[in-house]
Design a protein around this ligand. Structure first.
Ligand code: ASP
Length: 340
C-alpha cells in the first residue's frame, strides 16, 4: 500500500511537471506568436514627395504616370528583397530608379534654386550598425544616393558637400554629368511658377530585409526657389533620414526647415525606443500632431523590425507605395486612399 502511494506520488509529481513544461512551452510559443504576429520576412515602402496634389487638381494622365513610376521603383526594391538581397541594396536601387526619372524631384528631375541651378541632397543609413552617409549641394553627381552610400562605406565621414563631394564621387568612379543634365523644362517652368509660390517634392525608400536589417534613404533636389547652398533635412541624419534595427527606418518629405528642427525621423525612432509606442502611433504623433502644431507640412514613410509599414502625411497628398512579403502591396497618392 505504502509502495503504491509512493509510486502514485512520484507519478503525480512527474505528471504535473510534464504538464507545466508543456504549458510553459505553449506560453513561449504563444508569446512569440504575439510578438511576431504578422511578422514579415521583408517589407519595402517608398515615397515620391508630399505636396498639394488632390484628385481635383491632378489630371488622369499625371495620376497614371506617377503610379506607373512608383510601381517601377517599388518593383526594383521588391525583387532585391524577395531574392534575399539587403535592405541597403533595395533602398539604393529603388531610389536610383526615381533619381533617373524626370518625374520626381531628385536626380534628373531636381527642382531649381532661386538662381536657376540644381543642387542635390541625399542620405542613406544602415539600421544594423547606425552607419550613415550623405551628400549635400551636389551639382554634377548623376545618382546622389550612390554617392551617399560611398561616403558611408568608403570614407571616414558621414556628410560631404559641394565640390568636395563631387571630387570624392569622381575618385569613387561614379558617373559625373554636366550640371545641365539636371535641366528639365518642367522644373524650370515650375521655378518660374514657384517664384510666386513655394513647392516641394522628394523621393525616399525604407526597407526590411530577410536578415532583419533595416535601411532608409532619401534623395532630393530640395525646395524650389531655395537659396544657393541651402541644405534641407533629407541629407541630415535624424531629420529626413534615419534607420535603427531596434526600432524603425524612416524617410521624410516636406518642409525641410521643420523636419530639421523637430528632428522628425529620429523623433519617431525615439518615441518607439523610450516610450514603447508602435510605429503607427509614433509616426502619426510626429507628423499629424507635433509637425501640424509647429506648422511644418509633409509626411514620412517608415517600416519597423516586424515589417509593419506606416505612411502618414499632413499635406493633401503624398506619392507613396509599399509591398510586404505576405503579398500586400499598394500605390497611393491622395488622402482618401487607405491601406487594406
Ligand atoms: N524635404 C525636402 C527639403 O526640404 C523637400 C521635400 O521633401 O519636398 O529639401
Amino acid at each position: 500500500m505504502k509502495r503504491k502511494l509512493i509510486f502514485f506520488t512520484v507519478f503525480l509529481i512527474l505528471g504535473i511537471n510534464l504538464l507545466s513544461f508543456r504549458n510553459e512551452k505553449k506560453t513561449t510559443d504563444n508569446q512569440s506568436a504575439t510578438t511576431l504576429a504578422g511578422k514579415k520576412e521583408w517589407a519595402i515602402v517608398i515615397h515620391g514627395g508630399a505636396g498639394g496634389m488632390t484628385r481635383e487638381n491632378t489630371t488622369p494622365e499625371i495620376d497614371k504616370e506617377y503610379r506607373a513610376s512608383l510601381l517601377v521603383a517599388l518593383s526594383a526594391g521588391k525583387k532585391i528583397l524577395a531574392d534575399g538581397g539587403s535592405a541597403l541594396d533595395a533602398v539604393e536601387q529603388t531610389i536610383r530608379t526615381m533619381e533617373d526619372n524626370p518625374l520626381f524631384n531628385a536626380g534628373k528631375g531636381a527642382v531649381f534654386t532661386h538662381e536657376g541651378k540644381n543642387e542635390l541632397d541625399a542620405a542613406i543609413m544602415d539600421g544594423s550598425n547606425l552607419a550613415a552617409g550623405s551628400v549635400a549641394c551636389v551639382t554634377d553627381i548623376k545618382n546622389p544616393i550612390t554617392a551617399a552610400r560611398r561616403v558611408m562605406t568608403n570614407s571616414p565621414h558621414v556628410m560631404l558637400s559641394g565640390a568636395g563631394a563631387s571630387q570624392f564621387a569622381k575618385e569613387q568612379g561614379l558617373e559625373i554629368v554636366p550640371p545641365s543634365y539636371f535641366y528639365t523644362e518642367k522644373q524650370f517652368n515650375a521655378l518660374q511658377e514657384m517664384l510666386k509660390k513655394e513647392k516641394n517634392g522628394t523621393v525616399g525608400c525604407c526597407a526590411l530585409d530577410k536578415n532583419g536589417n533595416l535601411a532608409a534613404g532619401t534623395s532630393t533636389g530640395g525646395m524650389t526657389n531655395k537659396r544657393y547652398n541651402r541644405i534641407g533635412d533629407s541629407p541630415i541624419i535624424g531629420a529626413g533620414t534615419y534607420a535603427n534595427n531596434s526600432t524603425c527606418a524612416v524617410s521624410g518629405t516636406g518642409h525641410g526647415e521643420y523636419f530639421i528642427r523637430w528632428t522628425v525621423a529620429h523623433d519617431i525612432s525615439a518615441l518607439m525606443e523610450y516610450k514603447g509606442l508602435t510605429l503607427r502611433e509614433a509616426s502619426e504623433l510626429v507628423v499629424n500632431d507635433k509637425l501640424v502644431k509647429a506648422g511644418g507640412s509633409g509626411g514620412v514613410i517608415c517600416v519597423d523590425k516586424a515589417g509593419n509599414v506606416s505612411m502618414p502625411f499632413n499635406s493633401s497628398g503624398m506619392f507613396r507605395g509599399f509591398a510586404t512579403s505576405d503579398g500586400k502591396e499598394g500605390i497611393f497618392i491622395y488622402k482618401d486612399e487607405v491601406v487594406r
